[in-house]
Design a protein around this ligand. Structure first.
Ligand code: DGY
Length: 315
């Protein structure tokens, strides 16, 4: 009998084309976040699953199905999965590292440009007036050349953002848990508090875990320059979103660009009323090429596992 693979929400077709010969595939529609109950029902017959970052793969979900052997997360981040529980239960977990590095770095840089150059407001104003008046004092942003970019978490994506920053003539400083000669080539490593104080733009690229939850809280926001911008394309809960909304509303910092939110799908309502924040709907990896590559990697993890190998991308 072919093993059954449940895909909790449709992903690019390349995944099913890799799996269709050797597996029974049950693919669910691409609906919003699932509850634990829905996932328990969905995974009841599964031998393996391809899950999304919005699926809470808790101990309860993992325990509910004794046939489940592998969870392949269609994302590089896997904070939605209780990995310790998976280990206890002997369930392998894989993710999709590497293939979304450049795409996510592009989006982080797009947000840096959008917030520092008032792009979204300028677009809105043009549409509202229907005319273009060159205005010597209008939509004045901030130049990037010579400014300092602080990267919180100099891993793969952080380094790709640093590469872009150098192209724009920025200085780079960073935090990183472990020493790395590769990272040192991009700029100076420093403690978070110092980075917050010296940076003109701060871009977050660390994973979400118990150490990084609310790493950027009210205290951290108050260490930032009043003229500084905060960019988050990593995970929403690394930032205390309410504290950020207050800091933006009171101009404690100059602005923010967000692609991720503390309690997705919800967004702190106060953010909607603010002009100094650009809000994107978690599209860091959203290019056709990257999503295909992620789907391929997610499917490969399943193939490797059922061939008896430990998947290259197991976490
Ligand atoms: C990931 O893979 O973790 C991203 O957030 C998806 O875009």
């Amino acid at each position: 009998m072919k093993p059954t693979i449940v895909i909790t929400g449709a992903i690019p077709a390349v995944a099913t084309s890799i799996l269709s010969n050797d597996f029974e595939i049950v693919e669910h529609p691409p609906e919003g976040p699932r509850t634990e109950e829905e996932l328990i029902t969905m995974l009841a017959e599964a031998d393996g699953a391809i899950t999304r970052l919005t699926d809470p793969i808790t101990r309860r979900v993992l325990q509910s199905n004794p046939t489940l052997q592998i969870v392949s997360n269609y994302a590089v981040g896997y904070n939605n999965i209780d990995v310790a529980a998976a280990r206890d239960l002997g369930i392998v977990v894989t993710n999709t590292p590497g293939v979304l590095t450049e795409t996510t770095a592009d989006l982080a840089f797009a947000l840096i440009l959008a917030v520092t150059r008032c792009l979204i407001k300028a677009d809105r104003d043009l549409r509202a007036s229907g005319k273009v008046y060159w205005n010597p004092n209008g939509w004045l942003g901030h130049s990037l050349t010579g400014k300092t970019l602080g990267i919180v978490g100099m891993g793969r994506i952080g380094a790709a953002v640093a590469t872009r920053a150098r192209g724009f003539g920025m200085n780079v400083v960073y935090t990183r848990r472990r020493e790395s000669d590769d990272a040192a080539a991009y700029g100076r490593k420093m403690p978070l508090d110092e980075l917050l104080a010296v940076s003109d733009v701060i871009s977050i690229h660390c994973p979400l875990n118990e150490e990084t939850r609310h790493l950027i809280d009210q205290r951290a926001l108050h260490l930032m320059k009043r003229t500084a911008f905060l960019i988050n394309t990593a995970r929403g809960a690394i930032v205390d979103e309410r504290a950020l909304a207050r800091a933006l509303a009171t101009n404690r910092i100059a602005g923010a660009g967000l692609d991720v939110y503390e309690e997705e799908p919800a967004v702190t309502p106060e953010l909607f009323g603010l002009d100094n924040v650009v809000l994107l709907p978690h599209i860091g990896s959203a290019t056709i090429e990257t999503r295909d590559a992620m789907a391929r990697l997610a499917a490969q993890g399943i193939v490797e596992f059922f061939r008896g190998q430990m998947p290259a991308n197991s976490v």
